[in-house]
Write a protein that binds this ligand. Structure first.
Ligand code: HMG
Ligand code: MG
Length: 313
């Protein structure tokens, strides 16, 4: 098995969706470009969800059009899409850019019914139904499809989640044709002890297929880092064969619909810590750590400036 590990930076999407302050579109574009220049394999640049639900990313079209002006050679851009309307917006932006701006779309559901309702106003089965036309459109446009499953270890509303349930949802996503399953530890509850049975379940569901038709890993781990155990989970996952991880520059992030009792949802593992953990464990990444640190510092700066101007720092 290869020792090269794929890194996706989700800061422009997961990192900025939960910020109280408004980040200028030009700053978001600058962050995406710095991340692409750092050598991460993919940048999740925004969400094409309802701007009423996530106003922080309501400038998605403007951002996409700005990024279309100069996409760096070899960059891979993905966007979060909840339904057919989001997919139409994605493909319209891609068409305005000449067809090669967006490489991947990410649909998202959950292993918890309550979280699914709170996050998307739909049951898990309803979300899968919504994704059918999204996947069909992605196939027509030769775009990859990532399928996120949230709350793979614990749900903020339902408590612990059984690996078997995550496996069932993964099968539903694979049945409609997603190329990659991304396991979201939405509230950062995972430990090596809980990650192990979960990964065994997924390895069985994926039937020993480590890569998809695009040559990328079929399984990704998306860790939030609440109790400082995310790096331990990365090491455990590497040992079990996982070769794709998400991180967030500056350790920003959190799903607004995972906040309970007014507490901000937990942030993602920082991509710098992620890359350091992977490389210290003897694996390789394509990332230039100095350039990544620069992108992380920029992410922290724009967020802090917005928080200060909102009076919420
Ligand atoms: P809904 O209100 O049930 O949808 O929302 P609807 O179909 O009834 O439409 C209501 C309104 O939204 C209509 O507009 C639609 O046109 C509009 P109106 O007639 O009121 O003016 N609408 C849209 N507008 C723009 N783009 C769209 C779109 N769809 C409908 N795509 C919906 C359903 C899914 C849209 C809503 O619940 C939503 O946008 N949810 C977003 C949730 C979200 O972004 N959560 C954070 C990301 S997930 C996450 O962070 C977890 C992850 O990181 C992994 C992990 O950590 O676990 C991925
Ligand atoms: Mg997340």
């Amino acid at each position: 098995m290869s020792d090269l590990v794929r890194i996706t930076d989700v800061a422009p999407r997961d990192g900025l969706q939960n910020e109280p302050g408004v980040i200028a579109t030009a700053d978001k574009a600058a962050l995406v470009r710095l991340l692409a220049a750092s050598g991460v394999d993919e940048v999740e640049i925004t969400s094409l969800v309802s701007p009423k639900w996530v106003p922080q990313l309501g400038d998605a079209e403007a951002l996409l059009d700005l990024l279309a002006k100069a996409k760096p050679e070899g960059a891979c851009y993905s966007v979060l899409v909840p339904n057919e309307k989001g997919m139409a917006r994605a493909m319209a932006a891609d068409e305005r850019a000449g067809g090669s701006l967006i490489d991947k779309v990410a649909v998202f559901t959950a292993a918890s019914e309550t979280f699914s309702e709170k996050n998307t106003n739909a049951s898990v089965a309803e979300t899968i139904e919504r994704f059918g036309p999204v996947v069909e459109s992605a196939r027509r446009h030769n775009k990859q499809v990532r399928g996120y499953i949230s709350c793979v270890v614990r749900c903020p509303y339902e408590g612990d989640i059984e690996p078997r349930r995550v496996g069932e949802v993964a099968r539903m996503l694979l049945d409609i044709g997603v190329d990659e399953i991304d396991l979201g530890d939405t509230i950062g509850a995972a430990t090596p002890e809980t990650i192990e049975p979960l990964l065994f379940e997924l390895i069985e569901v994926l039937d020993g297929r480590p890569t998809n038709t695009f040559g990328n890993p079929t399984l990704t781990l998306h860790l939030h880092d609440t109790f400082g155990r995310a790096a331990d989970c990365v090491r455990e996952a590497l040992a079990l064969g996982v070769r794709s991880f998400d991180g967030s520059a500056g350790g920003l992030g959190g799903c607004p619909f995972a906040s309970v009792d007014g507490e901000r949802a937990p942030a993602n593992i920082s991509t710098s810590l992620l890359v350091r953990t992977i490389e210290d464990a003897g694996y390789r990444t394509n990332v230039n750590r100095a350039k990544l640190a620069h992108a992380g510092a920029f992410a922290e700066r724009i967020v802090m400036a917005a928080r200060l101007s909102e009076g919420s720092a």
